[in-house]
Design a protein around this ligand. Structure first.
Ligand code: WT7
Length: 683
């Protein structure tokens, strides 16, 4: 390290520009050194003097130095790492901070409990507007330890997998951190998924236990979580225990696998030493949809993920010590993992857990919460904004939003109307709005403005700028790198970064095939992007068969698989079409068996139920169109591109149809669609 720091010092002396103290309060390098002063000979002390453009350049030209410095400064290592990275994207080999040992729950809890034990770090905002629940960091640590000890007493140890099927709550956060504490691997399953979807994930991950609640409460409605878990675990022989927390007062039927969580926790010790874990030990699996096959369990590991989520949390949102961070995502998605739990807690932020919906009990819900909790950063999804902007502005304006400093948007493209409403009405035009692009696979934000560092104004509806260490690249149809502005292509990332997923659970080859084979040597995102004249990135949307319904990602193939299970349905094709509020909705083309006994109305109803039980309610197609046949190429491949145009009624521009086996199929489908529209209008 010593000789490296000496060389680094020389290297940096050429880059360093004089900056005056105070001018760069949120300057990354200065933060790095001010929070935990590095030893005088550390090369990170040099980092502290760099302006951010240079820091970005450095982060991509010398990633080892950049990330090595950040990891050494920001995380507390039980054993220091020996090597910053060992990565080969073409083989999907990704390892960061080799040889290092730490504990993620120690970073998120113990570290802060030591300095300010009584400070609140979690605020639960309940479905009904009663007073928020605000556990101190010490209480959260104790709950986590009791839960960790409970898991251990039930035979759960390092490397074991657990499913968490719970809505956002302090106990759910404690469950994630308890797993992290003992080295167990959590897989949080969004509590809106059906029992079949839950069972599929439990089976794939081979979970030894499930943690759930008796019921959930959302938007004034009860959600039968335990009943869903009961149905799921019937088909999951790996599950030995189901820990049931009592969220509501209603009695719960307890079966032979079930363990009352609060009761057993109360007899466990509130102290549980954190396990020392390797940087690359698994932290969690999170399932997400792809364009083909079953959902993939993406693997995230310890140190790199934590470093990346905490750094992005700080710099993208201009997080400052003492801020209250309000991310309204559910913990069942990666946004909840990185920006409700791990990123904010690692940074010592007070993080908000929002149990309700944006319109319950009224459309002022978010802003009432902002006023009451004095939230400094508000991070939400465009779909909710599109819903809220339909209501009168007084729902926003009657609440004091002066605490807000940064607004953030995530999960799907934010259209201009929503962007301007969020920026001008909610943020009174004074808060920077960051459109953050990233994915379950990336672990944290990859492209987003960083307003605290940039003088350049934010361009509406543009993710704009890569984060430190992220080198985006846009690739054309022929595999050529597009460097000219205004030409759209496939968005790839050319260098590894610490937060990226390491594998797909149980199928590393699928990981390689999905992300690293389409454009060898690069990580392929599945999204399209375009570079503006000013050198900013704009995301154009998915270029594969993945759709985004209210910010929830779903493969059209998954919906088709569910529909195809119906015996009267030989074939289906699902495409996504734009929707005013949800962003996109599924549109299903269905071929029915040519049989007099088949009643289309009954079958369509059964199809709706099938999707709802196989996947989730939100996945049920908005439209079903019964057609005689589907457009196919001569080799039998369904041409979804054409179906998308038909569904969007843009058939005047069908593109190349020369590969169609029988072009007359188009007129046939258009006719069915016209009838369908007429029927809907008369209804
Ligand atoms: C997909 C990832 C990011 C965490 C939540 C969703 C789309 C995400 C944006 C954005 C345009 C976006 C992409 C991406 N997406 N953010 N700011 N602008 N599109 O994570 O479920 O893994 O979905 O969401 O298509 O690939 P996810």
């Amino acid at each position: 390290m010593a000789s490296q720091s000496y060389r680094a010092g020389l290297f940096w002396s050429q880059l360093v520009r004089c900056t005056t103290l105070g001018q760069t309060r949120t300057h990354p390098g200065r933060y790095l050194s001010s929070l935990h002063p590095p030893p005088p000979d550390s090369w990170t002390s040099q980092l502290s003097l760099l302006p951010h453009q240079d820091l970005y350049r450095l982060s991509v030209t010398d990633p080892d130095r950049f990330w090595g410095s950040a990891a050494a400064d920001r995380l507390h290592w039980v054993e220091p790492f020996q090597q910053v990275q060992d990565c080969d994207l073409s083989r999907g080999r990704i390892n960061w901070f080799l040889g290092g040992k730490l504990n993620v729950s120690g970073e998120c809890l113990d570290r802060h409990a030591k300095t300010e034990p009584s400070r609140t770090r979690l605020i639960l905002v309940r479905d009904l507007c009663s007073s928020p629940v605000c556990p101190s960091i010490r209480e959260l640590l104790e709950t986590t330890c009791r839960l960790a000890n409970t898991l251990k007493s039930h035979g759960i140890h390092k490397g074991d997998r657990l499913a968490i099927y719970m809505p956002v709550s302090p106990l759910a956060v404690a469950a994630m951190l308890a797993c992290a504490r003992i080295g167990a691997v959590h897989t949080v399953v969004f509590a809106g998924f059906s029992s079949d979807a839950l069972a599929g994930r439990i089976q794939d991950a081979q979970c030894k236990a499930v943690i759930t609640c008796n019921q959930g409460v959302r938007g004034g409605r009860l959600i039968e979580l335990k009943a869903t878990v009961d149905a799921a675990v019937k088909n999951c022989p790996s599950v030995q225990h189901v820990f049931v927390s009592q969220r509501t007062e209603n009695p719960t039927m307890m079966g032979k696998l079930d363990i009352p969580l609060e009761e057993v926790m109360s007899s466990e010790s509130a102290v549980c030493p954190p396990e020392s874990l390797d940087s690359e030990d698994l932290l969690f699996l999170l399932y997400t949809s792809g364009s083909t096959g079953k959902p993939k369990g993406l693997v995230h590991t310890q140190a790199g993920y934590l470093l990346y989520s905490s750094m992005t949390h700080q710099y993208v949102f201009d997080y400052r010590d003492g801020d209250v961070f309000g991310c309204v995502a559910d913990i069942g998605w990666i946004t909840g993992h990185s920006y409700v739990v791990y990123g904010p807690l690692c940074n010592g932020a007070t993080t908000v857990l929002f149990e309700s919906t944006p319109v319950y009990p009224n459309p002022g819900r978010y802003w009432e919460m902002v006023e009451r909790l004095r939230i400094n950063q508000f991070y939400g999804a465009p779909t909710a904004l599109r819903l809220l902007l339909k209501y009168d502005e007084s729902w926003v304006k009657k609440y004091d939003r002066s605490s807000l400093r940064t607004l953030g948007s995530v999960g799907e493209p934010i259209n201009h109307e929503a962007w301007h409403w969020f920026h001008s009405v909610v943020g009174e035009g004074r808060c920077p709005l960051v459109d953050t692009w990233w994915q379950t696979e990336t672990g944290g934000i990859c492209i987003a403005p960083r307003p605290a560092e940039d003088e350049a104004p934010i361009v509406p509806s543009m993710a704009m700028r890569p984060f430190y260490g992220i080198q985006p690249i846009i690739i054309g149809d022929q595999g050529e790198v597009l460097s000219r502005p205004s030409v759209s292509g496939a968005l790839c990332i050319s260098q590894p970064w610490p937060g990226m997923a390491r594998s797909i659970n149980g199928n590393h080859q699928r990981f390689i095939d999905t992300y690293f084979t389409p454009y060898p040597g690069y990580y392929f995102t599945g999204d399209g992007a375009v570079l503006s004249e000013d050198g900013f990135y704009q995301i154009t949307g998915r270029i594969d068969d993945v759709i985004n319904i209210s910010g929830h990602r779903l493969g059209t193939a998954e919906i088709e698989d569910a529909l195809d299970e119906h015996p009267a349905v030989p074939e289906t094709a699902v495409v996504g079409i734009p929707h005013e509020i949800k962003g996109e909705v599924p549109f299903a083309f269905v071929v029915l068996k040519d049989d007099v006994s088949v009643n289309p109305t009954t079958v369509l109803q059964q199809l709706r139920e099938l999707v709802s039980t196989k996947i989730a309610k939100y996945a049920v197609p908005e439209h079903f169109l019964v057609v005689k046949r589907l457009p196919k190429t001569r080799s039998g491949k369904i041409m979804r591109r054409i179906l998308r145009k038909v569904a969007m009624e843009t058939t005047c521009d069908l593109g190349d149809v020369s590969t169609l086996d029988d072009p007359s199929v188009i007129a046939e489908i258009v006719e069915s669609l016209e009838q369908y529209r007429k029927q809907r209008e008369t209804k």
